[in-house]
Design a protein around this ligand. Structure first.
Ligand code: FAD
Ligand code: DHB
Length: 392
């Protein structure tokens, strides 16, 4: 097989890159180690920045989003048994959107396949080769339907998530990983019940953080701060609901419903720098992950591939290499701002139990929440970052 850009991974970054490239007349093949239905049903991100929704609409994959996405004016911060609305529309004249990542993936897969795109699912033994140097001739090797296959390409896009093979294939010493692991995890559930508010509630409580999000008027997506190595079996349905009730006490009543899905995610900040080597370019979670508190992961992934697609377009159309050479520098500026914001939201909203400073930190966090909720300057800063910083 031969293509211009070989893309490893059919998550939001790989699929969006393939879509943007096809609009620019550039060929790509996407390979994915999971099945199509697994990718289309993986419950993850829900909160989409303004410009990402607009990009999906402007590039012809936003029809269902326009019909089904929930448009939010802002968020609530809850602490001391009270909810405080941060109204982004008033503060910065922007909205955010609730539209599940799995719907974005479903829409992009359907669109690519309907427009002649090539996505190979359930591939195995993927490896990447010969991408060193600006004039390398990269190849991707893998097995598909029991047959050994090779893609010869001009570039490889490593869009294979945090546990993929592209980042570890970069030569040792050519990149640095910046890492921060948090002593928290999120237990997330999807429940057949109406959310407690029309918009998201980020709740700080002595027992820990809780987030009340949604996927529809009768479908809630709810999260609890737990220990990162918490055993999901230790959380019966009753215990989950009781803890959600406790952390939302006095703020809003919470309706219970059938739990359709539950899981625990550990929390980490990570950046690999630079995000490129020779003819290999990393994008999305393959290069960086954030703790979910700022809802930045999928949004940063989308920003990477927008910049990368333009750089490929300049290369294939005009033989210009400057944008490709600058890719990592360009996106990392914004990635680090996303990292900072996600870290900041995380440290403000999560309880560190025990330790010398636990009592001090709780008072300090409550003061910070009160400041953010009551100062227009501080609310505006949160709103700007949450709804999405400008993209170059
Ligand atoms: P991925 O979605 O991880 O896609 C990578 C793909 O590569 C996968 O399909 C994987 O199967 C495939 N792959 C892996 N290895 C190989 C291989 N060797 N060969 C071929 N394919 C391979 N982000 C937000 O913006 N907003 C939110 O509200 C939000 N909430 C979140 C809540 C939770 C609980 C979690 C866990 C994450 C959340 N995120 C959120 C983060 C978001 O889900 C990720 O940042 C996003 O999935 C990144 O997209 P990606 O395409 O870069 O990587
Ligand atoms: C969702 C997840 C987040 O991490 C977040 O900050 C907001 C919303 C969600 O899954 O709906």
């Amino acid at each position: 097989m031969r293509t211009q850009v070989g893309i490893v991974g059919a998550g939001p970054s790989g699929l969006m890159l393939s879509h943007l490239l096809s609009l620019a007349g550039i060929e790509s093949i996407v390979i994915e180690d999971r099945s199509r239905s697994y990718c289309e049903n993986r419950v993850r991100a829900g909160l989409m920045e303004n410009w990402v929704a607009q990009m999906l609409i402007d590039t012809g994959v936003g029809e269902r989003l326009k019909r089904e996405a929930m448009v939010h004016d802002g968020i609530f911060l809850a602490f001391n048994n009270e909810a405080h609305k941060l109204d982004f529309t008033k503060l910065i004249d922007k909205h955010v959107y609730i539209y599940d990542q799995k719907e974005v993936v479903t829409d992009l897969i359907a669109h690519r396949l309907a427009h002649g795109g090539q996505i190979l699912f359930e591939v195995q033994n993927v490896s990447v080769h010969d991408f060193a140097g600006a004039s390398g001739k990269p190849t991707i090797r893998f097995t598909h339907q029991g047959k050994a296959e090779t893609i010869e390409c001009d570039f490889i896009a490593g869009c294979d998530g945090f546990h993929g093979i592209c980042r570890p294939s970069l030569p040792e010493g050519s990149w640095t990983g910046y890492d921060r692991v948090y002593p928290f995890g999120w237990l997330g559930i999807l429940s057949e019940s109406p959310p407690p508010e029309k918009e998201l509630i980020y709740a700080y409580h002595e027992n820990g953080f809780a987030l009340f999000s949604m996927r529809g008027p009768d479908l809630s997506r709810l999260y609890l701060q737990v220990k990162p190595d918490e055993d999901i079996e230790a959380w019966s349905e009753d215990r989950i609901w009781e803890e959600l009730d406790t952390r939302l006490q006095g703020v809003r009543p919470l309706k219970r419903g059938k739990i359709l899905q539950k899981g625990i995610t550990p929390m980490r900040s990570y950046v690999a720098e630079p995000m490129q080597y020779g003819r290999m370019f990393l994008a999305g979670d393959a290069a960086h992950i954030v703790p979910p508190t700022g809802a930045k992961g999928m949004n940063l992934a989308m920003a990477d591939v927008r910049v990368l697609a333009r750089a490929f377009e300049a290369f294939f159309r005009k033989h210009e290499t400057a944008l490709l050479e600058r890719y990592s520098t360009t996106v990392l500026k914004r990635v680090w701002k996303g990292q900072r914001f996600s870290w900041w939201m995380t440290q403000m909203l999560h309880r560190v139990h025990g330790g010398e400073y636990a009592a001090f930190d709780m008072k300090r966090q409550l003061a910070e929440l009160d400041y953010v909720a009551s100062s227009e300057a501080a609310s505006t800063s949160l709103a700007e970052n949450y709804a999405g910083l400008p993209i170059d």
